[in-house]
Design a protein around this ligand. Structure first.
Ligand code: SF4
Ligand code: SF4
Length: 400
């Protein structure tokens, strides 16, 4: 489909002679955004595609895939762009991105997030870590790694992370005009939220200026079948092995097939292994914020437990304020928390407050209550400091 160009934007089309820096066999430059619901990846793709097609005169398409309409569910957004004289005849998801943006660094531990990269693809990650650390976590074989502390900037500018990520993406892509993107941010946000245009413009500029970009040379430690993205017989036939150093041994990433299929699944979708969610870690569902529990303020009213959609709160035997034996709140088991903060809103005594996650926040599959370093100052009901222990160099475990 050809772009319909508003009169006001006509002078901007291809004004700098923009050319696509890379193309696949079908003539497309392709981007994939890996995210979770609520971080704004869909709007990021929409603004970017509008800027490229309407503003810069390319042809292109944008669409997203997501599950149930709730915060925390996986979201993928795709932008595909080509020369103006070419028609977009593909609507399939982008499996081999020239640019991959990861809106939540926890997604780096999810299988498939970084799949399909080319040798010279660029990966942009929302993280306060260094590009070297992110390269190791993402196992990027070669290409470009860029990091931007989108959450930190968004908190300071009181926006969402998507415009910060958009600034970083535009800088890393190198062929997208930032001034045109800013116009489209204003056009998308200004109608409904005119007061948010300026903070989002600033977030975009900070993302553009503060992103740390590093070219990473080929590293055989991270080489796997993922890089070449195809069945092994095709890889051998295409001679992909030549990419590796002579003598390098590499492990093919072969995933086992599903244990249950149409011919052996139990009738009615029965769950045959109850308790199987104990190993689920929902930290990748949070947007970087979580409810911090303050035992000294809690009155054990139970409103948070009634409100929480994911049954996160843990109760246990204790004593009430009169000293009688009672079930008392022990706090949220953050392994299951998706960070919707409904509990923070409902709590009548501010015993739950919104906090930002930091690198020391890691949660294990153990049904324990984990906490931050600064929670050491929390007081217990007996007005003694709550006791916390650190394990494995990462985890703070409430023991008092
Ligand atoms: S933020 Fe609160 S209400 Fe939301 S999932 Fe976490 S514990 Fe439950
Ligand atoms: S709503 Fe607040 S006061 Fe009530 S049990 Fe939950 S944390 Fe405690």
């Amino acid at each position: 489909m050809r772009a319909i160009i508003p009169d006001a934007w006509k002078g901007q089309r291809m004004k700098n002679g923009h050319r696509l820096p890379m193309k696949n066999d079908l003539g497309f430059y392709e981007m994939r955004f890996e995210s979770v619901g609520g971080l704004g990846a869909n709007l990021t793709g929409q603004i970017l595609a509008e800027a490229l097609v309407v503003g810069q005169g390319f042809n292109g398409a944008h669409f997203s895939t997501y599950g149930s309409e709730k915060k925390g569910s996986p979201v993928k957004s795709f932008v595909r762009v080509c020369a103006p004289e070419q028609e977009v005849r593909s609507s399939s998801p982008v499996s081999r991105p020239h640019l991959l943006a990861v809106f939540h660094s926890c997604l780096l531990s999810v299988t498939g997030t970084t799949s399909g990269l080319y040798e010279d693809s660029a990966v942009v990650v929302n993280s306060a870590d260094s590009p070297e650390k992110i390269r190791d976590r993402a196992r990027v074989v070669s290409g470009t790694v860029a990091v931007v502390d989108a959450l930190g900037i968004a908190v300071q500018e009181r926006t969402r992370i998507n415009t910060v990520m958009l600034g970083a993406i535009v800088r890393v892509a190198g062929f997208i005009d930032p001034e045109i993107v800013k116009k489209h941010i204003a056009a998308n946000i200004g109608d409904r939220y005119p007061h948010l245009v300026e903070p989002n413009r600033k977030s975009f500029e900070r993302g553009f200026n503060e992103v740390k970009i590093e070219k990473v040379p080929y590293d055989s430690r991270f080489a796997s079948a993922e890089l070449h993205h195809g069945p092994i017989h095709e890889m051998v036939a295409e001679g992909h092995g030549a990419v590796l150093d002579a003598g390098t041994e590499f492990e093919l990433l072969l995933r086992p097939g599903p244990a249950l299929g149409y011919d052996n699944a139990p009738p009615g979708g029965t769950v045959v292994n109850p308790g199987n969610t104990i190993h689920k870690d929902h930290s990748a569902s949070r947007q970087g914020i979580f409810p911090l529990y303050h035992r000294d303020r809690c009155i054990d009213c139970g409103l948070c437990t009634l409100t929480c959609p994911d049954y996160v709160f843990v109760w246990g035997p204790g004593v009430d304020r009169e000293g009688h034996p009672a079930m008392v709140m022990r706090g949220p088991n953050l392994q299951y928390c998706k960070g919707c903060l409904k509990c923070v809103v409902i709590c009548p005594v501010e015993a739950l407050t919104m906090e930002c996650e930091r690198p020391e926040f890691r949660y294990t599959a153990d049904p324990q209550l984990w906490g931050p370093i600064d929670a050491l100052v929390n007081k217990g009901r007996d007005n003694e400091p709550a006791k916390w222990e650190q394990e494995e160099g990462y985890y703070w475990h409430r023991v008092g």
